[in-house]
Design a protein around this ligand. Structure first.
Ligand code: FES
Ligand code: FES
Length: 914
């Protein structure tokens, strides 16, 4: 334990005594992590907002980030590491494992500690008592439901054995990498930083837009012992990065001008103490603030100043889809609905801030980092550093949540550059305010939509214009501008469509990828149209959607004929009993109760899986060593959604061996093949298919080696493969075989690139190989006096093709749904004003409604065992369903989200005066 100057303290942690002689005011969380090496305790905010740092002191939960170590002196401290006796998981940990209560796992230690406190006082709590006790810990992944189920089930939990060979697909099996998330041993970006690493601190622009001059950096460095170097724009070999190969418009370090508040300007590298000691006003920089272009209206105004030179009219991209003649078709419609909608910035709010460390090894650069996309990071780092791709190695740490926000680089170029120049290990961990101020957000939008239908309710035409604030740099703006017009009509058969999506540069944060790439914003608009048209022609809202739902054989907005797996009608049919009951229950409540109103609403969605009209491949490998070790080399990063488990299930069944015999290497660019990024709900469909093909490839080789029939049953015992067929048992000893692929003697490989085709000038083509479909029902209760909305029930019916692992699928739907609830009712990021988790509110466990998932399996023949994807679809229909329910309850259609109480109250008052 580190010995600093300070008061001697005695700490009892997990039953062991430690003497501590450092600063008595040091945060307990920092002492646990830095001094005692107990990194199971996580830090998500250092401000008492997230609860990730929760530990027990004398059996009661506390935020260790707000506890001075002196306050724990002489008392008993328990961390997550203390829950595991003799390597065995506790009953509570087993319950979490069984129920899939840990997705990314970064909140899990805090949740476990809070639950341990509760259960020590109340062995059989109610769901409400669980919600009360765990209310201080935020989870951004799970939607909390499985956490509640796990705590309620703790006394009964036993773990089922892993599925046998051939029965993994479809099994509700726990995560293959779940145990480390439960016992505190999982290493996230901030957990494995070498003790000898220098630290890096970024100076960020306090202005939305400014010119700046640097003072003498050499003088500054000389005056600050412990600072090894100050990095600025001229140190970066190629000072531009970005998602698209032809758009590298975001500087690693700003060069003379800043374009958003929070942009990186300088980086200090040195000892942790030295860089933290520098005051902001000491930094050698002089700013001249400039007038910023804030928001879409300002960017689109005539003669608006240009945010980026050479980008006329501040437009990044103008995407469109045109089918038929919408303008003419409106003339023949029996009913027309038209409205504007507005959404704001939304923060990803993953509980793990960006973190990592880098090291130069000879002429190579190794970066250990929390990321969703190691191969894109590798390629981007090669560009920035002017190195070859094979000179860069990305080693993903465990990822404590991403949701699209860790697709763009954050610490990578800074720590990589510093490590390269200084030839030392360099680490960086963003603070929560820094994470929120500097990273991408969901695109704010302004959407105008007009829809029309015939007298029988069939949709005739839809016209949409969607404008997005893409911020200072491109990031994923082009993806949003092209994806939104394709999805603008919703999951309905519409013969005439004109849809446009424009992304505008502004002096705001770069808007990027966030669960849905603009489709959630578009769904708010098209679902409002469905409600309004149904009302206008006097049809039930569900029946109206059912009549128009896309089905196999129909042509989409881009002219793509859906050959199969279009389960929109089945989703709506599955909701019908709950819908009828919800309408009746709401009517009865509203008859009896004054001052509060209940309403039911629907939201439907479709979502193209994978990249839009672009190649989108994945390669998976399975290796078998001479000792009989079976390894899935998996370049797809599991960000909590469970891809490590799902890919293993698929590979195991394709190979014909039990999934329990696999080990996994994940994401390391030196050891795996490129599986593409973890985004666009693509890993189950694309990488899953590649894993299936890899399993089949290795199986074929083993069958050949053993001389057995192709349908033989395989077994692996040590180095011996046995294959039983109608003729008997065949054996092959692997041990004499030469290693040909690293340590492996055999390798199976699978490659899959979903078939798509480019879109023409009218957006016609085949942008996606398959689509997910979903319908959700929401029941809300509105307090008409306060303007508050409580979501009581969500029923979610999702066509996933095939649920490879129903626990993980439900977890994605529940987690996405609760993020959708946040989008609808509470989340609004305001640059400069909500850069922390107490001003920026995300749903807590107390906001969770009753949730029911209905899985529709309309198999997609291209996918592994028929599977598609579900990562983003869980979120998309939720906000539309809630907005529809608010309208049903109150008669008021809210056209701006989030529906904050003051907005709803004002709308209700306005409606009263009409
Ligand atoms: S890290 Fe302590 S509450 Fe967030
Ligand atoms: S599992 Fe809770 S934050 Fe990821």
């Amino acid at each position: 334990m580190k010995q600093d100057q300070g008061m001697a303290l005695s700490l009892q942690v997990n039953g062991r005594t430690y003497e501590y002689a450092g600063d008595p005011a040091k945060r307990l969380s920092d002492v646990l992590r830095d001094d005692l090496g107990l990194t199971g305790t996580k830090v998500g905010c250092n401000a008492g907002d997230c609860g990730a740092c929760t530990v027990l002191i004398d059996g009661r939960q506390v935020c260790s980030c707000l506890t001075a170590v002196a306050q724990a002196s002489g008392r008993s401290v328990t961390t997550v590491e203390g829950l595991t006796a003799d390597e065995a998981l506790s009953a509570l940990q087993r319950a979490f494992h069984k129920h899939g209560a840990a997705q990314c796992g970064i909140c899990t230690p805090g949740m476990l500690m809070a639950a341990t406190d509760l259960l020590s006082r109340n062995a059989q709590p109610s769901a409400d008592q669980v919600k009360d006790a765990l209310g201080g810990v935020l989870c951004r992944c799970t939607g909390y439901q499985k956490i509640i189920e796990a705590v309620l089930d703790v006394s009964k939990s036993g773990l089922a054995p892993l599925p046998a060979a051939g029965s993994a697909v479809g099994a509700r099996t726990p995560k293959v990498d779940g145990v480390a998330k439960l016992n505190g041993r999982e290493h996230y970006g901030a957990d494995g930083i070498p003790a000898d690493a220098l630290w890096l601190r970024v100076l960020r622009s306090p202005h939305h837009h400014a010119a700046f001059e640097l003072c003498d950096l050499a003088d500054f460095t000389a005056a600050h012992p412990g600072i090894a170097r100050v990095l600025c724009a001229r140190d970066v070999p190629s000072n531009g990065f970005g998602i698209y190969p032809h758009i590298k418009d975001q500087p690693v370090l700003a060069d003379g001008v800043t374009r958003f508040r929070g942009e990186a300007v300088l980086a200090l590298v040195g000892t942790r103490v030295a860089i933290e000691a520098v005051r902001e006003d000491e930094f050698p920089i002089r700013y001249t603030p400039l007038t910023p272009v804030m928001g879409i209206a300002a960017a689109a105004a005539p003669n608006a100043p240009l945010v980026q030179p050479g980008k006329p009219d501040n437009i990044l991209l103008d995407g469109r889809v045109k089918k038929g003649d919408a303008a003419a078709a409106f003339a023949g419609c029996a009913a027309i609905a038209e409205a504007h909608f507005e959404t704001g910035f939304v923060e990803h709010a993953y509980i793990e801030p960006e973190a990592g460390w880098a090291e130069r090894i000879g002429d190579r650069l190794e970066i250990h980092v929390t990321t969703q996309t190691p191969y894109m990071d590798r390629d981007e780092m090669a560009v920035v550093m002017k190195l070859k791709q094979d000179q860069i190695r990305i080693v993903p740490t465990a990822c404590g949540g991403g949701f699209g926000g860790k697709l763009d680089m954050s610490v990578q170029p800074l720590i990589g550059l510093a490590a390269w120049l200084l030839k030392k290990r360099v680490a960086c961990v963003y603070t929560r305010p820094e994470s929120m101020a500097s990273t991408t957000k969901r695109h704010p939008s302004k959407i105008r939509i007009k829809s029309g239908c015939a007298t029988d309710g069939r949709l005739v035409a839809i016209e949409t214009e969607a404008d997005f604030d893409t911020g200072a740099y491109a990031s994923w703006g082009p993806t949003v501008a092209t994806r939104v017009p394709i999805h603008a009509s919703g999951p309905y058969l519409v013969p005439n469509i004109t849809a446009r999506g424009r992304a505008y540069f502004t002096h705001c944060h770069p808007s990027g990828a966030f669960r849905g790439f603009g489709v959630p914003q578009g769904a708010i608009a098209h679902e409002a149209m469905m409600d309004e048209l149904a009302d206008k022609i006097g049809m039930d809202r569900l029946a109206f959607r059912r009549l128009n739902a896309l089905k196999a054989g129909d042509a989409t907005a881009t002219g793509q004929v859906l050959a199969h797996s279009a389960g929109m009608p089945q989703c709506l049919d599955a909701l019908k009993p709950d819908w009828d009951k919800a309408l009746a229950d709401c009517a009865e409540f509203n008859r009896k109760v004054k001052g509060k109103r209940r309403g039911a609403g629907l939201g439907c969605m479709w979502y193209g899986i994978g990249n839009t009209a672009l190649s989108n491949p994945s390669t998976m490998r399975i290796g078998l060593s001479a000792k009989g070790e079976l390894t899935l080399y998996n370049g797809a990063v599991d960000i909590g959604q469970g891809s490590n488990t799902i890919l293993t299930q698929i590979a195991a069944d394709a190979l014909g061996l039990p999934m329990g015999q696999f080990r996994i290497v994940m994401g390391d660019t030196d050891l795996t093949a490129d599986a593409g990024k973890t985004s666009a709900s693509r890993q189950t469909f694309v990488s899953g298919k590649a894993a299936e093909l890899a399993g089949r490839d290795l199986r074929r080789k083993l069958i050949e080696l053993t001389g057995a029939a192709s349908d033989a049953k395989l077994e692996l015992h040590g180095s011996v493969v046995s294959a039983r067929d109608a003729q008997g048992e065949h054996h092959c000893d692997l041990s004499p075989l030469p290693a040909r692929f690293g340590a492996d003697v055999l390798r199976g490989e699978g490659y899959f690139d979903p078939p798509t085709s480019p879109q023409d000038a009218d957006g016609q083509g085949v942008p996606y190989a398959t689509y997910a479909f979903a319908a959700q029902l929401a029941v809300v209760e509105v307090d008409c006096e306060l303007g508050t909305v409580k979501v009581l029930d969500i029923v979610a019916a999702h066509d996933v093709g095939k649920a490879i692992n129903p626990i993980q699928v439900e977890g994605q739907i529940q987690g996405g749904t609760i993020q959708g609830l946040g989008l609808a009712l509470m989340e609004e990021y305001l640059p400069g004003r909500t850069e922390n988790l107490h001003d920026y509110l995300i749903p807590t466990i107390g906001d969770v409604p009753n949730m029911k998932c209905i899985l529709i399996e309309d198999a997609e023949p291209l996918g592994p065992s028929g599977a598609k994807g579900v990562g983003e679809p869980g979120l998309i229909p939720t906000a539309p369903a809630i907005l529809g329910a608010i309208q049903h309850a109150t008669g008021v259609r809210m056209r701006q989200v989030p529906v904050l109480p003051h907005r709803l109250r004002a709308a209700l008052k306005q409606a009263e005066t009409r």
